[in-house]
Design a protein around this ligand. Structure first.
Ligand code: SAM
Length: 215
């Protein structure tokens, strides 16, 4: 099937499932998801499912990418931190919706592939670092938005500390298998509000402020 047609259908499905933010819908339409998966999987890239990307990791389901991005309420001026670059697809979506993106991936081969894919789209506003992202990126803080795309046992306090006033953090929190999406809002007066939204399933956030590698 024509991949552009498949992408249009994917976006139509996202709208049917409740994605309403026009900028997010536009970004999902603009970014070619198939370049973030193995060539042999290109035909499946526009189904609404997560797919393997190697190293026992996955590219998230398009609905989840759209839903989490929508929760950040980006306007185009933000400095955004993503933890869990994976394929680089979510970073690409963020890069079209915000001013600058800082993304961290702990698995080097994935990070290198993601960098190539992002460069091929000339998304020059994405800074990528290899390492444990559970400490955030203190040198670049504060961030207007933080998105964690791996499941955490709790919300790391350092990420809340690295949010700017008015900033939003979206993170899946739960056990090793099942999580709920948590939205943390740091209000202008410094108070912190926490909202639990829908259930989700992510691979583990592994690191100092996440799960132990052995578990
Ligand atoms: N956002 C990705 C995308 O668009 O393809 C999908 C992310 S995948 C579900 C989760 C990623 O988080 C994996 O690539 C995994 O290696 C990474 N990860 C897990 N723990 C991490 C940590 N402490 N720091 C950085 N990356 C981490």
């Amino acid at each position: 099937m024509d991949l552009a047609v498949a992408r249009k259908r994917m976006v139509a499905q996202l709208v049917k499932r409740g994605i309403t933010n026009a900028r997010v819908i536009g970004a999902m339409q603009d970014i070619p998801r198939h370049i973030f998966v193995e060539e042999a999987m290109a035909a499946q890239a526009y189904s609404d499912s997560s797919l393997p990307i190697g190293e026992k990791q996955t590219i998230s389901q398009p609905y989840t990418v759209a839903r989490m991005t929508q929760m950040l309420e980006l306007t185009g001026r933000e400095k955004v931190l993503e933890l869990g670059t994976g394929s680089g697809y979510q970073a690409a979506v963020l890069a079209t919706l915000a001013n600058r993106v800082y993304t961290v991936e702990r698995i080097r081969p994935l990070a290198l592939k993601a960098r190539k894919a992002l460069d091929s789209l000339r998304l020059l506003n994405v800074n990528l670092r290899i390492g444990d992202g559970t400490d955030g990126w203190p040198e670049e803080a504060p961030f207007d938005a933080i998105l964690v795309t791996a499941g955490a046992p709790h919300v790391p306090q350092c990420l809340i500390d690295q949010l700017a006033p008015g900033g939003r953090l979206v993170i899946p929190v739960g056990d090793r298998q099942d999580q709920r999406l948590v939205l943390v809002i740091k209000h202008a007066d410094g108070s912190v509000e926490r909202q639990e939204t829908e259930d989700c399933r992510f691979v583990k956030l592994i690191g100092k402020n996440g799960w132990n590698e052995e578990n």
